[in-house]
Design a protein around this ligand. Structure first.
Ligand code: SAM
Length: 280
């Protein structure tokens, strides 16, 4: 039984990094008229109330999106991301945080298609109630790792994938690597975005190296560490994303943005970031 609920974490520092990258990639995908398929293998509930008991319990968004909300000095890519979040908050007060499906649905064009996978029954129900009637969107309660096989390549031969597991199960790390490797074999030209957590467990420390080894063509890696482990050595200290076949503009954009973002979201003096790229 899955226990992880993204409602407890919506809008935290990891969501900021993930959705900032997602917006940049989808803006780029939208520049060519040709339709594309967007696959979100771990979609969550779609969107989140920041007033809910789950969100309020730890107030993680206060050290994430809330730190950007009233800033007047946002770098352009961050301003673009924050503007989308503002679009989901009528009246200017931060009350709602869009999940990846809301960002995706907003940025897709009429010719594109969205495929959402979510396993948790409650989050699947909420997700379906938001997007189940949309004719461009298919919502499926199924294992996103396994389902990716049937999604690439699409007929249009253009696709972007967001793989954002909860890593609640130790096997999620291995499943991520296998799903990425398999998808790249089926469709080497796809744009794949893979999120990972920085936590004190062996699998998490090994994952970036394994994800680098999967990439036959070009890849980009961005990570941001904003806090220290708690007194027992646990906690999400930061996160990272791999983008396979990234837009050629992405590394430059992230090199501009990450110093500002890391400083703004830092919870200790040693906050740091990495932007690295391999291009063929
Ligand atoms: N992508 C979402 C966003 O950015 O708003 C957050 C997703 S959350 C980190 C991970 C989600 O994956 C959870 O809602 C969890 O229930 C779901 N999940 C866990 N294992 C799964 C699997 N094997 N296939 C599909 N969904 C899964």
């Amino acid at each position: 039984m899955l226990a992880y609920r993204h409602a407890f974490h919506a809008g935290n520092h990891a969501d900021v990094l993930k959705h900032l990258v997602l917006v940049q990639v989808l803006r780029y995908m939208g520049q060519k008229d040709k339709p594309y398929r967007l696959i979100d293998t771990h979609a969550g509930a779609g969107g989140y109330s920041l007033r809910s008991p789950e969100s309020q319990k730890r107030g993680e968004y206060e050290r994430g999106i809330a730190r950007l909300w009233d800033r007047k000095d946002l770098p352009p890519a961050v301003a673009d991301y924050v503007k989308i979040v503002r679009g989901f908050n009528v009246g200017g007060e931060l009350q709602h945080y869009p999940g990846s499906p809301e960002f995706e649905h907003m940025l897709l064009r009429p010719q594109d298609e969205l495929r959402l996978f979510e396993l948790h029954p409650t989050d699947f129900r909420i997700l379906s109630s938001h997007f189940g009637q949309d004719k461009h969107t298919q919502v499926t309660q199924a294992d996103g790792f396994a389902s990716l096989k049937g999604q690439v390549p699409p007929v249009s031969r253009r696709a972007a994938v967001l793989m954002d597991p909860s890593y609640e199960l130790a096997s999620d790390y291995d499943h991520t690597v296998k799903a990425v490797r398999d998808a790249l074999k089926r469709f080497a030209e796809g744009v794949y975005m893979v999120w990972y957590p920085q936590v004190s467990r062996r699998e998490s420390l090994q994952l970036p190296r394994q994800l680098k080894a999967c990439a036959p063509k070009s890849w980009l890696h961005v990570s941001m560490t904003v806090q220290q482990p708690d007194s027992e050595g646990f906690g999400l200290t930061g996160s990272g994303m791999f983008v396979y076949n990234p837009p050629y503009t992405l590394a430059g954009t992230l090199r501009e943005v990450m110093p500002w973002l890391t400083q703004t979201l830092a919870q200790f003096d040693g906050a740091s970031f990495v932007v690295e790229q391999h291009a063929v």
